[in-house]
Design a protein around this ligand. Structure first.
Ligand SMILES: O=C(O)C(=O)C[C@H](O)[C@H](O)CO
Ligand SMILES: [Mg+2]
Length: 402
């Protein structure tokens, strides 16, 4: 089998997505997600201008060799653009291999390790009451695990909180939106949010919370301690993780479980965190961390240290990434949980898929490959529109982590 053609499809059904399609001489094709929220066209150019020309004529079954060729061959190591581009190729090649074998992808990875993939979704509210009503709605839909975020009194916009009905942080504009951040009101408020959640919903529900890189290590330690009575499933991204040592301080002060890694793109970003048992869940996922081939190495390292997976699954990761992740989750021995932020109906229509949700669990489906396709004609109806993630500033105007 040989690769005869490959191209990117950029479409915006509700939000921007970049998809790589690889076609072979035997008519089998595979697709991979290449979306990097707010920097989409950089990956599209990296693939179109620099990677695709090197793929034509290669044997798509040589996934490992092609991965090494693209990684080592770039000379410039790692980084979100490179690793998302490699991830897209890798996912498309696994899709081709599984389709050629006429098997769902999870079978090639080693077969199923569980009956279903436990997922969590997002309950967001402008205040505690609205957030609690959203939790109730997700519980009614069957979710066993729910991430809870609410507006902080005194702050006009906060990460995770919708302005209108639904929450989409990437705003269509020519420059990023600006929001205000202040740590003290947030630290006072967050325990009240989870106290209200336990009062109303009891203990038979997993509660999660995303700090979104906003705190210093000692502030994160204080928050983890303050949240201990409400027994969270995890506290996510408590502090920016470039400094892996910083997590030691958090660990010394709290037993609230810690998850991090949605912005990581290689095993080197999390090696110390895992080997020193400074985190409980690793959030790196297929599209941003070099595809199935590289994520498998991260998961294997994590398994040695009882760190479990909790892959990123926000709506800026396309259904292609979600489908592939669900196959991975079905197999990986040290699975923890999977994020599932439900896509807009237009997105689902452009990406027909075999995966499904039932009673809090997801199932990858039995279609050969990863089970997700793209309707290229429909995709053309949604042209790319520039969009940016917001930035955050403190009250005095200093830049902060969004
Ligand atoms: O889903 C999460 O946990 C996020 O933090 C979502 C991110 O803000 C989003 O994916 C950025 O593109
Ligand atoms: Mg997050």
């Amino acid at each position: 089998m040989r690769i005869t053609n490959a191209y990117c499809i950029v479409t915006s059904p509700g939000r921007n997505f970049v998809t790589l399609k690889i076609v072979t001489d035997e008519g089998v094709y595979g697709i991979g997600d290449a979306t990097l929220n707010g920097r989409e066209l950089a990956v599209e150019s990296y693939l179109t201008d620099h990677v695709i020309p090197c793929l034509i004529g290669r044997d798509p079954h040589q996934i490992e060799d092609i991965w090494q060729y693209l990684y080592k061959g770039a000379y410039w190591r790692r980084g979100p653009v490179t690793m998302s581009a490699i991830a897209a190729v890798d996912t498309a090649l696994w899709d081709i291999k599984a389709k050629a074998a006429n098997m769902p992808l999870y079978q090639l990875l080693g077969g199923k390790s569980r009956d279903g993939v436990m997922v969590y979704s997002h309950a967001n509210g402008r205040d505690i009451e609205e957030a609690m009503d959203r939790v109730a709605q997700y519980q009614e839909k069957g979710f066993k695990a729910i991430r809870v975020q609410a507006g902080v009194p005194g702050l006009d916009k906060v990460y995770g909180v919708p302005k209108g009905g639904s929450y989409e942080p990437a705003i269509r504009a020519t420059t990023p939106d600006e929001s205000l951040w202040a740590t003290e009101p947030y630290l006072d408020f967050a325990p009240k949010l989870f106290e209200a959640a336990r009062d109303r919903f009891g203990w038979d529900l997993h509660l999660l919370h995303d700090v979104h890189h906003r705190l210093t290590p000692i502030e994160a330690a204080r928050l983890g301690k303050a949240l201990e009575p409400y027994r969270l499933f995890w506290m996510e991204d408590p502090t920016p993780a470039e400094n892996q040592e910083a997590f030691k301080l958090i660990r010394q002060h709290t037993v609230t479980p810690v998850a991090t890694g949605e912005v990581f793109n290689s095993i080197h970003d999390c090696r110390e965190l895992i080997q020193n048992q400074l985190i409980d869940y690793i959030r790196a996922t297929i599209v941003h961390a070099g595809g199935i081939t590289h994520l498998r190495r991260i998961a294997a390292l994590a398994e040695l240290y009882q760190v479990r997976t909790g892959f990123h699954g926000a709506t800026d990761l396309s259904p292609v990434c979600m489908g592939a992740a669900l196959h991975f989750d079905s197999w990986v021995p040290n699975f923890g949980i999977q994020e599932y932020m439900i896509h807009a109906p237009e997105t689902d229509a452009v990406f027909p898929h075999a995966y499904s949700f039932k009673d809090g669990y997801m199932h990858p489906g039995e279609a050969p490959g990863h089970g997700v396709d793209i309707d290229e004609e429909l995709a053309k109806k949604y042209p790319y529109t520039q969009a940016y993630l917001p930035v955050a500033r403190l009250r005095d105007g200093s830049m902060w982590d969004w």
